[in-house]
Write a protein that binds this ligand. Sequence first.
Ligand SMILES: [Zn+2]
Length: 388
Amino acid sequence: MTQSFQGFFVATLRLCVKIFSYFPVTAYFGELSLKRLTVLALAFILVACTGIPNIWGSSLPPIPSPTGIPTDTPTITPTSPATSTPTITPTFTATLTPAATLTPSITPLPSKANIERAIIISFDGLRPDAIDQAPMPNLMELMNGGAYAPLTARTIDYPATSPSHASMLTGYCMEDHGVIYNKFFMYMGYAKGTDVFQLAHEAGMRTVMIVSKDKMRQMAEPETTDVFEVAYGEPAIQKAVLPQIEQDFGLMFVHFAGADNRGHKYDWMSGEYMKVLREGDAVLGEMIKTLKEKNLFDTTFFLITSDHGGHGSNHIGLIIEDYRIPWITHGPGVVPQILDLQIYTFDTAATVAYALGLPIQPDWDGIPVYKIFGEDQIRIHEKYPCKT
Ligand SMILES: [Zn+2]
């Protein structure tokens, strides 16, 4: 703008000089013409400097406006003032719900009420102190998870196979069940009284006996046992027992004669005696395995025992090792413990009946061992109840 003004001023002066040079000043303006001319020139300059455009026509071209300067009036458009309101989005959302599930998932402990079947196993002639010496790992595992009497269980005063097994399964003393010979004479008939197989059968349970001495037939009337099978030797016992387990049952009795046979031949606690106990224990392991495969193990009550012990090559009742028997229970509701109360072999029938919910017979000499279920032992043997 300054440059254009100077250019315009210079051009105006030049024009005034030209005008003065064409007109005789004194002739045109008189005596005061010089003074007037000066005033006129200044006025002209002022008018020219007022910026009135093109007072001289188009002789002066318009001065272009410098480039780069925007000519447009900026239109200020407010950019959404409402959006200035901040929207506070918390980025940290505290999760106060505890990750741990504090509500305990209470799984009820298995109780006696969960018992659906029972197995009585007799290792004929098994001494309690032979179990860990053999060893019998499957039986030891049941002991560790169950209730057992290592020293305080014994058989009847006549520690022979048939009378003792009769007391075991009937719940009576020998004088009551009448099996007084260690041999089955048919004329003598079956064991007298109400035995646990009769109770189970009457309750609608499937009853099974797998034995390895045929004289065991005397222990229960044939009509009370749905299956009665004699199997000689541990492999034969296993072959007979496992299919019966697979079919399920209410009450099963399994009799292993191996230890008694080997004891009489090779002596009790001998290597052969121990060896056949290991073989019997292996069959027990297969039974447990089959029960687990059939999802029956957790509802099965076990009672593992014997009819007598032995020493030397016999068990005629001279020392405590002839009378003392293992007495081991395992199953739903059984409280693991070592039992120190006096137990007799006829308590086996009473305890199995109690475990299965069968009626306890008032004339039984045996008493259920309630203590295995953690219950009060409301009755105990004050003394040996039998005459024989
Ligand atoms: Zn025996």
